[in-house]
Ligand binder design. Structure first.
Ligand code: SF4
Length: 253
């Protein structure tokens, strides 16, 4: 049965990240307050030093997440805050997922919202690269399960029989001159990125893999296109090729 994937709202992810940040700040303050006497016993300056360090981390996180909100609203932001924002998101993401669960919000919905936010930020940067610097990366569940050819080592082992989207991706690669790689997991994906050294990646995957992949390869710009799972996860997955081609054209110089 085809999974219906509702278009996520960016504000879901932003709201959860802001709540997570508020909770983390509160927990940090309570911890600092409770440990104050013990720290003061060691040195009179220690509570202040720890307090300043905590305040610096909090301010950096607020600046980072604030810069994402401003960027989404179309305001120019300093590049220095993007790295801070990504670090804050990596730290707060697990908490955001847990808070979402409390409100009965499915993890995949939060991840889809994150992917939307990330895609919009990349699009706003108007990244344009040469075709040979663009990599289309997809997990090997896109290969038809009956296919005997080893395409994760070399995607050109595909015989383009048309049973799965690999043949369509190869056709796109030939048409535009971009790289295509089919990988079995994060380790191989990182290896391919290291070898090809793309300036941008068009990643096709499920919510979980796109979320971790986008965070993994930051600051490399990645546009994520969600795959479709008509036979459930990790088996004979497919993708909307019109969406892939439109995204690809947006990236090319
Ligand atoms: S299109 Fe390529 S990868 Fe897909 S089933 Fe056919 S030969 Fe295998």
């Amino acid at each position: 049965m085809m999974e219906a994937v509702a278009r996520p709202r960016k504000r879901l992810f932003l709201g959860l990240i802001l709540v997570s940040m508020a909770l983390a700040v509160l927990a940090g303050y309570v911890l600092w307050h409770v440990s104050f006497p013990g720290l003061a016993n060691i040195s009179a300056y220690l509570p202040l030093v720890i307090g300043f360090l905590l305040a610096a981390v909090v301010l950096a996180a607020i600046a980072g997440v604030g810069s994402i909100v401003l960027a989404l609203l179309g305001y120019p932001t300093l590049a220095v805050f993007r790295g801070v924002a990504w670090s804050a998101i990596q730290l707060l993401f697990p908490l955001a997922i847990r808070i979402g669960k409390l409100f009965d919000i499915d993890k995949e919905r939060v991840e889809r919202s994150f992917i939307e936010v990330s895609n919009q930020l990349v699009r706003q940067k108007r990244v344009r690269v040469r075709a040979d610097k663009l990599l289309i990366l997809t997990p090997h569940c896109i290969q038809h399960e009956s296919c005997p050819f080893k395409i994760t080592r070399d995607v050109h082992n595909c015989r383009s029989c048309g049973k799965c989207r690999v043949s369509d991706l190869l056709a796109l690669s030939d048409k535009y001159g971009v790289h295509v790689a089919v990988v079995t997991g994060g380790t191989l994906a990182r290896k391919v990125v290291k070898e090809i050294r793309p300036h941008a990646v068009l990643a096709i995957a499920c919510e979980r893999d796109l979320t971790s992949g986008i965070q993994d390869v930051f600051p490399l710009p990645v546009i994520g296109v969600l795959n479709e799972r008509p036979e459930g996860p990790c088996c004979n997955t497919t993708v909307d090729m019109a969406k892939v081609e439109a995204t690809l054209k947006n990236f090319l110089a």
